[in-house]
Design a binder for this molecule. Sequence first.
Ligand code: BTN
Length: 239
Amino acid sequence: MRRVYLDTVDSTNKWAKEHISELEDKTVVYTYNQTAGRGRLNRTWNNIGTDNIYASVILKPSNRMEEVYSNLTQYLCVVLAETFEEYGVMPKIKWPNDIQINGKKISGILAEGVNDGENLEGLILGVGVNLNSSKEILDQINQPATSLNIEIGEEIDKEDFLKKLTDKFCLLYDKFIEEGFLLIKEGYIKRASFLGKNVSVKVFDKIVEGKAVEITDNGALKIVDKNNKEHTLLIGDIL
Ligand code: BTN
């Protein structure tokens, strides 16, 4: 994967958006000092120190990309989970693309599309990975969070993690574009933390509540509500 390193930046996603026309397919823009990170649901993504990864993967449209567009975050999510597993931890996926260890968030993904008129110019997959932090810093975040060094009791080499992650991403990317979610369905489901549980999902400004019963062949979350009505959600966030 091509790399663009920024010494310090407000947000790698924002920077990538502004430079999208100069960036090639499969480029990662990354920094170790992000000053105004953005998260999903209009949240911020805290700067928890310079030994953590703040990165954006830039993908340019290709043949079948639009068909798997909404699943690309799930692909990155499985790649992230596999990378964490190389360190001996057991990450879980919270639909669609949060990574947690023992119920605490360790990584999140924010996908942003950039359009040129009616056409998609590029997709930006922003990812924050908590690698080296302290309980004191993580306690200041507004949701339970952890970092890899805390989980394994060792300092993590951030360059090494980034290389493992980006190499893994490239390994099956073309196959994923061809085959879509089915390629990773099994790997996604075996790490899913939410199946069989009652969940509340925010879909735009609506909340859907019920039991999470299935992940479909195209990565959607199927929920059965208290009136036995099925909801199949392709986008949203489990709260
Ligand atoms: C989430 O809310 O879980 C998504 C967080 C995504 C954070 C990353 S850090 C790098 C990239 N740049 C941003 O401003 N946000 C994403």
